[in-house]
Ligand binder design. Sequence first.
Ligand code: PLP
Length: 507
Amino acid sequence: MNNNQMPAGDILGASLPHISGNFGNIFHTDNYDHYRSAVEETLDLVGTFLHRNDKPFSGIEAKEMKGMVQQIDLNQKLSSYQELLEEVDTIYVKHATAFHLPQYVAHLNCPIVIPALAGEILVSAINSSQDTYDQSAGGTFMERKLIDWTAEQIGYGTDSDGVFTAGGSQSNLMGLVMMRDCFSQKRYNHNIKLDGLPAEAGRFRIFVSDKSHFSNLKNASIMGLGEKCIVKVPTDERFCMDITLLKKYMKREEQLGNIPIGIVATAGTTDFGNVDPLEDIANIAEHHNIWMHVDAAYGCALLLSEKYRHLLNGIERADSVTIDYHKSFFQPISSSAFIVKNKRELRILKHHADYLNPAEMDEEEIPAQINKSIIQSTRRFDALKLWFTLRMMGKDQLAEYTDTVIDLTKDVASMIAENPHFELLSDTDLSVLVFRYIRSDVGDLNALNQYIKMKLFYSGEVLVASTKVDGNFYLKFTFLNPITTTEDVHQILNKIKAHGEDFGTAN
Ligand SMILES: *Cc1c(COP(=O)(O)O)cnc(C)c1O
């Protein structure tokens, strides 16, 4: 039966003879059994993923992976979930990176918590869209409550507001857009949203540290300011923004005729996990009467920790903050937020679409989160995952996980520092350690450490990241898993050492 042949049925939907056959795939009351069995079979594959993997990566090469995916004919459908799951297992699950294993210490991919995964089932099945009240109802207010809760952790007052976003890069974009538009509005009474960039925009300058996230550059370029508007201030010996140099660079830009419009402080750099001096930066921003944005995509974890919260002192003085729950709150991707101190300033982003949030709609009575969103219209109810998490675990358990990870990192830092085979480059406020393996008989330490990283990657036993500092290649551990023990890391270091000893003999 196709659509045209469908009997009209009861207009109230009481006895529509839908379902089965062609329409059995639609998520609907009558197809709940199908939904449930499809999800259960898929869950078995999750179980396989968990039980099978004892290393974070299979070690497969991209070329082989590509071939496996490419040979599939998408125009030939499969006949059962069993076939589908076998296919997806072969080309995806078997080789997927297992972030939950202690041997995964590479990038900022946290292990995720079970309450959030339970929430995810509702997020995808009910499929609310967070842009307007009529597409989300309670979801709008739950998101707002979580935004308010996050703002409270930051130390903001009741004037704050914000919105969930797809990630830290997008939240940072919102921070820079608000910085730029508020500056232009206040300084020149020029409305960028309506009139485009003012003549002065070519001379706008935004100050970041040279260890800040690259999204600042990308964002500046899509904002029409060009990467040139980003001034990278050198960092001190702990890789935090050097305040003396910040002042110097600001003065230098002014002398060149350029116009400082704001400062981005990084609370937890991706490479070193260190927090820029927030109080000092707040003082300088205040003095110049310019916007301060804090990129706490990673460092937001500290907000919940009694033990380490002091490292974020001053964050409450920022005009806006980026939070990545999918980096530091053990949330599945995506889950992120942009928070502003003063909700009146968020209005600068507001756009009225007659079909969604017409101007005459009373914001208090019928709220619409789309008013605060910079590019997303249809938007997932990611906030529900955080709701599940907070309600089941409480803030204290999240904080405990974070404290455990930071404490582990401190132990590992001592372990590396005391080991004559290793050189530790820096300590960390959070949980990243940058180091390298050294051998007195090897001159090219870059080649040595690149070799180790490559060997580890293709063995799949341990995944570490790397970075370059002053042109030199270093290995990098990012710890985010509270399950990881010093014994696990001890074994990882032994593997690194073993490959390091092989260098020059085996290759
Ligand atoms: C990861 C990261 C970002 C970008 O966040 P996404 O969620 O990956 O878009 C921004 N800033 C810092 C410091 C980060 O570590």
